[in-house]
Design a binder for this molecule. Structure first.
Ligand SMILES: Cc1ncc(COP(=O)(O)O)c(C=O)c1O
Length: 438
């Protein structure tokens, strides 16, 4: 194949965003606040201070449009940001589609996903306020690896509860976290009261993000030197991820495009989708674009497409505040699909609100279709995507194939949130024909 003129746009380090973008400032209807579970009154900063530093609590409640990225955080971003935006010429050819397909690749981060964008920020604010230890959950292991690295960079101790299913099936993620100095246990564990109760209630369970979150919160709440750190869902995490979409807008211009007709991004807790989509949603809201934003979730945990929009807990032991979100119920334990990072019962309140207001769409994807898309993508574009990212690729492939039928030359953007190099057991399952569909 002849080399196409421009395959990727890699911006200069000086073009890493200087500010995070907060969609709250531009939403036509303000999002419903989180509530205290006992009083059902809107949460105050004090309610969160036992588990989060004030710097992050302020961001959680902020309605400021732009929040400056501290220089030490931006300096660390330079290790891998700006991340590249590719034109998927070979994928277009393989599909025989007239669509112009682009993908933003977050797998270039040292840990292999978008998660480091928030982990670095969270570790930084905790370090500033004198916290010495962070506790967290991880599903796929991507968030745990990101926080392990970020803690190491700022001299903090890191304890990770990894969902048992991933702990068993992804041993190298644990080694990666331990290499960065973190301690890792499978969840539910016998180290916490919550973990012991889950083991009793759900014998032999493969665990869930909701359970692992409860364990990590319990430990942070009992240690004055510790904070809890959440890898998705909350407003401050969505905020940190906004660097992704801001870069995309600059990169599309360099490709000579204004805005995509459609954006596909996978959504577990929603921060990845929010990060790439909210800067584009701002373009829609201000009349400069009309991008159809599509959240791609797994059929095994279809919170947006099949859940209820209501106040619910973010974790199984009901330790978090009540969040207004699309939820399958805090007790819902998703089938043990390979995309561990998407096995969450709820959805970011900001993403939920945007969906409820009709500002974004959502689809669900079964895991075989997701891996079918991932393998098609890998064979055309060379990159093996993370199991989670395959859901976004599957959504985009549906549209690109449809464009091949109709002859429409649409611009399709895919958020490829991570690398699948440590997901190869999942690919082995798919390639052997043994993969159970979901
Ligand atoms: C590679 C990858 N993509 C996407 C997700 C889902 O992220 P979010 O919770 O931000 O929706 C995860 C979560 O672990 C992940 O590891």
């Amino acid at each position: 194949m002849d080399a196409p003129t421009k395959t990727k746009v890699v911006l200069d380090e000086s073009q890493i965003p200087t500010h995070w973008y907060n969609i709250v400032a531009d939403l036509p209807v303000p999002p419903p606040p989180p509530l205290h579970p006992a009083t059902r009154e809107p949460l105050t900063p004090d309610d969160l201070s036992a588990i989060f530093p004030m710097g992050l609590i302020a961001q959680e409640a902020s309605a400021e449009r732009w929040i400056e990225i501290p220089e030490p955080v931006r300096n660390i971003y330079k290790l891998w940001r700006p991340s590249p935006l590719f034109r998927a010429y070979r994928l277009e050819k393989a599909l025989g589609t007239p669509a112009r397909i682009y993908y933003k690749y977050e797998g270039v981060s040292p840990v292999g996903s978008h998660k480091l964008n928030s982990a670095v920020a969270q570790a930084y604010y905790n370090m500033l306020e004198g916290r010495t230890r962070l506790t967290t959950e991880t599903g796929a292991g991507q968030w745990g690896a990101a926080l392990a690295l970020a803690c190491n960079l700022f001299g903090l101790k890191c304890d990770v509860w990894q969902v048992q299913g991933s702990f068993d099936s992804k041993p190298y993620r644990r080694v990666q976290m331990e290499t960065y100095g973190a301690s890792v246990v499978g969840s539910p564990s016998d180290l916490t009261a919550a973990g012991r109760s889950f083991r009793e209630r759900f014998p032999g369970t493969s665990g869930s993000l909701g359970m692992a979150i409860s364990e990590a919160i319990e430990v942070a709440a009992g240690d004055p030197d510790a904070s809890y750190s959440l890898g998705s869902v909350l407003n401050h995490v969505a905020l940190h991820q906004s660097v992704i979409g801001q870069e995309v807008l600059l990169q599309l211009k360099e490709f000579g495009e204004s805005a995509p007709d459609a954006l596909y991004a996978c959504a577990g807790g929603g921060s990845n989708l929010a990060g790439i989509a909210f800067p584009l949603l701002r373009e829609n809201l201000e009349g400069r674009a009309n991008t159809r934003i599509v959240a791609c979730e797994p059929k095994a945990a279809p919170s947006l497409t099949e859940g209820e929009y209501r106040y619910d807990f973010g974790d199984t032991a009901q330790l978090t505040p009540l969040l207004k979100m699309y939820s399958l119920g805090a007790d819902f334990v998703p089938a043990p699909v390979h995309a561990g990072g998407l096995r969450y019962h709820g959805m970011s309140p900001l993403v939920s609100h945007a969906y409820h207001e009709g500002l974004i769409d959502a689809i669900s994807v079964r895991q075989r279709e997701a891996f079918d898309a991932g393998v098609t993508f890998a064979r055309a574009e060379a990159i093996i995507p993370a199991s989670e990212s395959n859901h976004a690729i599957a959504g985009a492939l549906r549209e690109a194939r449809n464009a091949a039928e109709t002859g429409e030359s649409k611009v399709i953007l895919i958020g490829v949130s991570g690398s699948g190099q440590l997901d190869l057991p999942a690919y082995a399952d798919y390639l052997s024909g043994q993969m159970v569909d979901s």
